[in-house]
Unconditional design. Structure first.
Length: 105
């Protein structure tokens, strides 16, 4: 994968993420805030973005979304299929809900 392909992939991910995030915030704000790990202020910003602003933000060469789990315990719960799936999902949701939300920079 060359640099141009990588940047195009990042733009596609950014665009998909921003469009999905905006749709989620508009449809069910509390659930979106929880699932995206964002603050109320960030939800306001995402909700108010115009299509042109979304496209401009998506064109960044930096990935706008990030993994919400940064410890191995949570990562293993999300990816380990050998254990009880329902229990692992519930436990990981509890752990993720305790993580701080993303703030506006």
């Amino acid at each position: 994968m060359n640099t141009m392909q990588l940047q195009e992939g990042i733009r596609e991910i950014n665009l998909s993420y921003l469009m999905l995030a905006q749709q989620m915030v508009k449809e069910d704000r509390p659930a979106a805030i929880y699932r995206l790990g964002i603050s109320q202020d960030m939800a306001d910003v995402i909700e108010g973005l115009s299509p042109a602003q979304i496209i401009k933000m998506a064109a960044s060469n930096m990935l706008l979304c990030c993994f919400r789990f940064d410890d191995s315990l949570l990562f293993n719960m999300v990816t380990d299929y050998s254990k009880d799936k329902l229990m692992a999902k519930a436990h990981s949701a509890i752990l993720m809900s305790a993580q701080p939300v993303a703030e506006l920079a």
